[in-house]
Design a protein around this ligand. Structure first.
Ligand SMILES: Cc1ncc(COP(=O)(O)O)c(C=O)c1O
Length: 395
């Protein structure tokens, strides 16, 4: 390595204090071990439709030297047709993660350059106070939910504001939220994962509507897993001008690799987000893959029903082992194993070349989150658990 020309400042001193103290989001492992069964990142076990693969292959030509459509126009038209709205109601992003980050930057005022270390932002709210001073700086979400939300808030210098879910990961009622004084109805941005991750719990449109009604700030319903659920809340952005729905092609439509997500909301909100995004934020092959996906929805609907069937079989079998399994409306389940700790189960399954997810988060340490795989993968998982239980009994 060539010797650095020395500068009086250390490289770290150039980095903003806020960024120096930032904890990055921890994505699930993506190891390249042959024969591994990957049930840790909620990817779809089935490939994209053959028609989608053909469209992507056919697009790999001279076009690659050109910039893609800057507003993903054909895709927004196809989505508008599907959802019975106009392209002005839709923005497409480089995965829904990009749009969630854009929403934080668009709707939330940064609070200060850096938060005092280890100080949870929620401590700044007085219990029972009706108009917390820093609502305009708050990114509010239920805990547990998608662990990216606090990272997005912190990287913007906003205040992450987690509020515990009720028992069994249900959303507290408005009366309970008011009584506890923890929930800030005026928070600049509230993010609701529905169905919830990592619990898999689904919420009804009615209860989400009641919550949206009570909200004074922007509210995003993050429906990343909604295609595996019984209900969706797509009507709510059309009833409430402060509500957005977030969707992704990653999970249900087997396109994690291509990074395509979208928001649906009032045109004024969408137009504000457009002003904040990069000019060519969605890659061309991703746009082509997503348009082709929408042209072959029956293929995907078959997959949803296969996954729901495998989810039931997996849940029943784990329950027979004595494990408790939360009801799921997603393509994963949250389960509390018996015997060894959840962390030990994670390691034991890994030794059988099966990857599941464990969170070192308060309230979740006793659980494993398992993505629903193909029936063959579910069989391999159950066989491994059965073998491990037998070995544990012998010792
Ligand atoms: C709740 C939730 N929202 C959003 C995302 C991001 O999805 P995308 O791949 O569209 O960025 C995920 C990914 O794991 C998720 O779990």
């Amino acid at each position: 390595m060539p010797k650095n020309v020395t500068h009086p400042k250390s490289p770290a001193a150039f980095v903003r204090p806020l960024v120096r103290g930032l904890h990055a989001y921890t994505p699930g492992e993506q190891p390249k071990i042959r024969g591994l069964i990957k049930l840790n990142t909620n990817e779809n076990p089935y490939p994209p439709s053959p028609k989608v693969l053909k469209c992507v292959r056919d697009a790999v030509d001279d076009r690659l030297r050109l910039y893609p459509d800057p507003t993903a126009e054909p895709l927004r038209w196809a989505l508008a047709t599907l959802h019975n709205c106009t392209p002005e109601n839709i923005i497409v992003g480089n995965g829904s993660d990009e749009l969630l980050a854009l929403a934080v930057r668009t709707f939330v005022e940064p609070a200060r350059e850096s938060l005092p270390e280890n100080l949870p932002s929620s401590t700044s709210q007085k219990k029972g106070s009706r108009q917390p001073r820093d609502s305009k700086n708050r990114v509010q979400f239920f805990a547990p939910s998608y662990s990216l939300y606090p990272v997005l808030a912190e990287s913007h210098g906003a205040l992450p504001h987690p509020v515990p879910l009720a028992d069994n990961f249900t959303i507290p009622t408005i009366a309970q939220l008011k009584r506890s004084g923890l929930w800030d109805f005026r928070a600049a941005l509230s993010l609701i994962t529905t169905p919830n991750a990592p619990s898999g719990r689904g919420y009804t449109t009615d209860e989400l509507n009641v919550l949206c009604n009570a909200q004074k700030g922007i509210t995003i319903l993050d429906e990343a897993y909604v295609d595996f659920a019984q209900e969706n809340a797509l009507e709510l952005p059309f009833r409430h001008s402060h509500v957005l729905v977030s969707r992704t092609f990653s999970k249900a439509y087997s396109l994690c690799f291509q990074r395509v997500g979208y928001f649906i909301a009032h045109p004024e909100l969408i137009s504000a987000l457009h002003r904040m995004r990069d000019s060519y934020n969605v890659n061309g092959l991703g746009q082509i893959a997503a348009v082709a996906t929408l042209a072959d929805l029956p293929y995907y609907r078959q997959n949803f029903s296969k996954i729901r069937g495998s989810r039931q079989r997996l849940s029943d079998a784990l329950t027979d082992f004595g494990w408790s399994v939360l009801p799921s409306e997603t393509n994963f389940i949250l389960t509390r194993p018996t015997g060894p700790t959840a962390r030990e189960w994670l390691e034991a399954l890994r030794s059988h070349r099966i990857l599941v997810r464990w969170f070192a988060t308060a309230g979740l340490e006793g659980f494993l989150r398992i993505t629903v795989g193909t029936d063959a993968e579910v069989d391999r998982l159950l066989k491994a658990i059965r073998t491990l239980i037998r070995t544990q009994k012998r010792h």
